[in-house]
Design a protein. Structure first.
Length: 73
């Protein structure tokens, strides 16, 4: 299990999910994205911050998902 601790928040990640996050991080590092993350802990923090932003801005998380789905088709 991977544990990450950031400003008092502790998250325990299942080993299968941790391996998926490691793969996502490798993709993120090789695809030239705007936000460069150095480790899985940073990726988890970024994901949780994005979820928190979406909860503060009603509909924004769903809107972003819809836009990605539409642009992928």
């Amino acid at each position: 299990m991977t544990k990450t601790n950031n400003k008092g928040l502790q998250v325990t990640v299942d080993p299968e999910i941790a391996s998926e996050l490691t793969y996502m991080l490798k993709l993120q590092q090789t695809c030239g994205v705007a936000v460069q993350l150095e480790n899985v802990d940073g990726l988890i923090h970024y994901i949780l911050a994005s979820i928190a932003d979406g909860s503060r801005r009603t509909g924004s998380l769903r809107r972003a998902r819809l836009l990605r789905a539409v642009s992928a088709s």
